[in-house]
Design a protein around this ligand. Structure first.
Ligand SMILES: *[C@@H]1O[C@H](CO)[C@@H](O)[C@H](O)[C@H]1NC(C)=O
Length: 255
């Protein structure tokens, strides 16, 4: 009966492969080749180049990583949290034992996020003296993005839901958990030390408490597909409310 697990797995991935709604596709297409109209951070590093990626705010308040030229962001693999040295994470050069919101995660009955199960993304840059250059930091909470809120991720023509689950201590941008990376790019052999380098991944975070799934997420899910699916009710509502590709209006009265 060795074939049974793979049949079950492909069924599950069929169920969770999410189509990109037309308004989200319009958003993706409208912004990919433009310069960010409303940058809210300094330019951080993608890993492929330095000072090439900003946090960009849409008129709706949604925030996304944007290459300063064309493109969005890459996808490096983050293995922080539980089982940081296991499986395809065992070669992660920057693994840490904890994720940034570990104390809040513990309210849901787990001791930390697990990069093998939880689809999470890394947003925010401490740019600390230790990890970056001790220069200007960016905290998504400064523009209303809540810890452990749902982030819509467009990768390889699909949509997956993730959580804002970790913060970069340095200047790097474009990172996701192993679980999300392998769902996005199952054929690229992503591991803790090998990411997706093309700047075609859209990470879209939404402000406010409506983006926080809280107890409706299945924190104790047994698989990445099951966890991702548990974010869909929250995520679908956020994506449905996104205005399609209209030109971003620069918010007045804001530096
Ligand atoms: C969460 O995942 C666990 C493990 O697979 C499962 O037993 C449980 O029924 C799930 N809970 C919900 C609310 O879906």
């Amino acid at each position: 009966m060795r074939y049974t697990p793979s049949i079950v797995l492909s069924f599950v991935s069929l169920v969770t492969a999410r189509e990109i709604s037309s308004n989200l596709q319009a958003f993706y297409d409208a912004h990919i080749n433009e310069e960010c109209p409303n940058a809210i951070s300094i330019a951080y590093d993608s890993g492929q180049a330095t000072s090439d990626t900003v946090y960009c705010q849409d008129a709706s308040g949604a925030v996304y990583l944007k290459d300063t030229k064309s493109g969005y962001a890459d996808m490096d693999i983050d293995c922080d949290g539980l089982n940081a040295d296991q499986g395809d994470c065992n070669n992660d050069p920057s693994g840490q034992s904890q994720t940034a919101f570990q104390d809040q995660v513990q309210a849901f009955g787990i001791s930390d996020l697990d990069a093998h199960i939880h689809t999470y993304v890394v947003l925010g840059n401490d740019n600390s003296a230790d990890g970056g250059d001790g220069g200007v930091s960016f905290d998504p909470q400064s523009v209303g993005i809540k810890p452990l809120s749902v982030v819509a991720v467009v990768c390889d023509g699909q949509l997956f839901y993730a959580l804002w689950g970790d913060v970069n201590g340095g200047k790097s941008t474009g990172e996701s958990s192993l679980a999300l990376g392998q769902l996005c790019f199952p054929d690229e052999g992503l591991t803790g030390d090998s990411g997706h380098e093309k700047h075609d991944v859209l990470y879209l975070a939404f402000p406010g408490n409506n983006a926080v799934p809280g107890a409706s997420a299945n924190w104790t899910a047994g698989s990445r597909e099951e966890f991702e699916a548990s974010l869909a009710a929250t995520g679908d509502a956020l994506v449905a409310g996104l205005s399609s590709g209209s030109k971003t209006r620069v918010m007045r009265g804001r530096l």
